[in-house]
Design a protein around this ligand. Structure first.
Ligand SMILES: [Cu+2]
Length: 520
């Protein structure tokens, strides 16, 4: 752990063949952060853009290295990413990024290091998935360890000495399990930080050193200095660190703790870190100029969807929308997450969603004539739903939102209180696009009051942003990439419990269907 680094220059063609050598489990690989412009077939989402790879099957993924930045690859099959199918991707830009000049650095002076964060579970993905699907909800619990570049101490070592489970090291082999990053005094470093974990936000700090953020999910930002950095699953940052502390004593060595703590879940009393995601501003980067039209669009040209997150109990997929019976106290229903009262499930037709989306656009024309009942059920707007969000039996469906290429769309995702009475953070990740985080606020969303307060001048452009507890977040983008794109919470367990939907953009422009996406 983690898997190998994939490195390329922006604009290169990347070709990777994946062979599934696991004798039991299926897999796919998603290239997280890469836009797959024109290559949605290679996005690697199981049952959405492809059939899963069965044991001993192979698939070659080919796509353009875009955008530049810090990204990663991970399995998009069940919860197997946290079984360890994940590793970093670095796409180097063709021209030096603006921060070099802004910080008076030359490219050759800055050394790069990868900080790949993960959370580690003793239970396998199959055990954890079975727990989530059980009628009484057997939650996965806290991770056994946080890992930096694959190393970390098991929780067992707080109570036991001796051998760590699933590790070749004993608890007393401190130097073996403690990850260390070697730096030379006086040098400048770019740490590329990835949270490749599946559950917790991590708050990273380096004793006596500041970190200057220069890149966020592949977007260059005006350098912004922090003492600690909170990073959610699916997010990436580049930070500049000056190794300018410490004494050059006799042995020429001094060590500083680099510490990563759980943030945002009730594991510790950590403050919720430094919410840089609220404060940083973006620079202009020519490759993203076209995306800026999403900020200058007239309000009347913005297609806005207000999506309210709730937690509820599931019924069978055939249950009609609106048929809700309280399940409280019964204890016989599965717990699911819903957006506008629909919990996402994968299509059960035997074909991935991309097949059905392209086929129906060929057969029926595009835009589709309504009302629609194929290729996923549309996500109802709030107006369609007169039932207040609550603990009801929810519909499970392959929920989709259809957009035309060139549409400026906005998703306002409003967080809520779950069955347990608490509200949690959720890192929302969008495939195939980066989005502008144009607004966020506490409590219920009020379009009339909140839209005028949006930041349309210098919001951050990224592909994973956190919806905070009891809050809403508004993300806006231009639908410039025909395809079938998943938008989901990047907490693996929440995704498994239905927290997501699919955005279908002009499927008539995706291209012809291939055999590899039929009859999985
Ligand atoms: Cu979530």
């Amino acid at each position: 752990l983690p898997g190998p680094l994939i490195e390329a220059e922006e604009g290169d063609t990347i070709r990777i063949t994946i062979t599934n050598k696991n004798e039991i489990m299926a897999t796919t690989v998603h290239w997280h952060g890469l836009h797959q412009r024109g290559t949605v077939w290679n996005d690697g989402t199981s049952q959405i853009t492809q059939c899963s790879l069965s044991p001993f099957e192979s698939q070659t993924y080919e796509f353009i290295a875009y955008p530049a930045g810090t990204h990663y690859w991970h399995s998009h099959q069940g919860m197997t990413a946290t079984d360890g199918i994940a590793g970093p991707i670095v796409i180097h830009p063709k021209i030096p990024e603006p921060f070099y000049e802004e910080l008076n650095l030359s490219v050759d002076d800055v050394e790069e290091q990868m900080l790949f964060l993960m959370d580690y579970f003793d239970d396998t993905s199959l055990q954890r998935e079975a727990g989530l699907a059980s009628e009484s909800l057997n939650w996965i619990g806290n991770p056994a360890s946080l890992l930096l570049n694959g190393k970390g101490l098991s929780k067992y070592c707080t109570n036991f000495t001796g051998q760590q489970p699933f590790s070749k090291y004993s608890c007393s082999d401190t130097l073996q399990w403690t990850p260390s990053i070697l730096v030379e005094q006086g040098k400048t470093y770019r740490f590329r930080v990835v949270n490749g974990g599946g559950l917790v936000m991590q708050n990273l700090a380096i004793n006596q050193h500041n970190m200057t953020i220069v890149e966020v999910d592949g977007t260059n930002v005006v350098p912004y200095t922090v003492q600690n950095l909170t990073i959610a699953p699916g997010q990436r940052y580049s930070v500049i660190v000056y190794a300018d502390q410490g004494e050059n004593d006799d042995d020429g060595e001094e060590n500083f703790w680099m510490q990563s703590l759980v943030a945002g879940r009730p594991l510790s009393n950590m403050p919720e870190g430094n919410w840089v995601l609220n404060n940083i501003t973006t620079t202009t980067r020519t490759t993203h100029e076209s995306e800026r039209t999403a900020l200058s669009a007239n309000e009347s040209d913005v297609t806005r969807y207000h999506l309210t997150l709730t937690q509820g109990w599931s019924t069978t997929k055939s249950g009609p929308y609106g048929d809700r019976v309280s399940c409280a106290g019964g204890g016989t229903c599965q717990v699911v997450w819903t957006l506008n009262n629909i919990s996402f499930v994968y299509p059960d037709s035997g074909n991935p969603l991309i097949y059905t989306a392209v086929e129906e656009s060929q057969r029926l024309g595009w835009p589709l004539p309504g009302p629609l009942s194929v290729a996923g059920d549309s996500v109802p707007s709030d107006d369609d739903d007169t039932t207040p969000p609550g603990y009801y039996i929810q519909q499970q469906a392959t929920s989709v939102i259809r957009l035309n290429e060139g549409d400026v769309a906005e998703f306002v995702i409003e967080n809520s209180v779950g069955i347990g009475g608490t509200s949690e953070f959720h890192p929302w990740h969008f495939h195939g696009h980066s989005f502008w985080v144009v607004g966020r606020g506490i409590g219920p969303y009020n379009e009339t009051q909140d839209v005028p307060n949006y930041n349309l001048v210098n919001p951050v452009l990224r592909d994973t942003t956190v919806g905070l507890k009891n809050s809403w977040v508004a993300i806006r983008f231009i639908a410039n990439n025909p395809g079938v794109w998943y938008l989901h919470c990047h907490i693996e367990s929440h995704l498994t419990m239905g927290m997501g939907f699919v955005v279908i953009v002009s499927p008539n422009k995706i291209g012809s269907l291939t055999d590899s996406v039929q009859y999985c």
